[in-house]
Design a protein around this ligand. Structure first.
Ligand SMILES: [Zn+2]
Length: 168
């Protein structure tokens, strides 16, 4: 008996043994795709969806991308998924949610997580640096182009005025 486990973040798929010893079979390694949005928010949305859905269980963290692994099998073991945010920890296990101040409802937890998301630059530092460099290069090219136009315009304008440019 085994259960199917998948990662909505990077599309990794695994087969887990249940009730007997066996090995985890990796069907699809995944790992290349990353959620486009805030990584913590993406993880929370998956956990949130599973907590409100009797047919989905969060069973672990993806070894390839650290997003939650989910299973739709009724044999799936529950896993305590921890969100380590600035004011404290939020632990979601099955339908039970423990916030820093005690048990929370799904709606309260949703509001709490969205309020306390870490800055996006922590998860998207690489793409931010890339954007800065790309904008810098584009800006430099545009600057050179404008300077070139101004210089040429100036050159021909002076040449036409003095008549020396095309005189010889
Ligand atoms: Zn993954």
């Amino acid at each position: 008996m085994s259960i199917e486990v998948r990662c909505p973040g990077c599309h990794r798929e695994e087969e887990w043994p249940v009730g007997e010893t066996g090995e985890v079979v990796v069907r699809l390694p995944g790992g290349h795709r990353r959620p486009k949005e805030h990584l913590v928010l993406a993880a929370w949305k998956t956990v949130h969806r599973a907590a409100g859905d009797p047919y989905q269980t969060v069973v672990g963290r993806c070894p390839a991308c650290d997003q939650p692994l989910v299973s739709s099998s009724s044999e799936a073991p529950t896993f305590a998924y921890v969100f380590d945010l600035q004011p404290g920890q939020l632990v979601v296990e099955g339908e039970t949610i423990h916030g820093p101040a005690g048990t929370m409802s799904l709606d309260d937890a949703d509001r709490w997580v969205r309020e306390h998301l870490p800055p996006a630059s922590e998860s998207g530092a690489g793409s931010l640096a890339f954007t800065t460099v790309a904008l810098g290069i584009a800006g430099t090219l545009l600057g050179c182009w404008v300077l070139g136009i101004v210089f040429l315009g100036w050159f021909f304008w002076f040449g036409a005025r003095t008549g020396e440019l095309f005189a010889r």
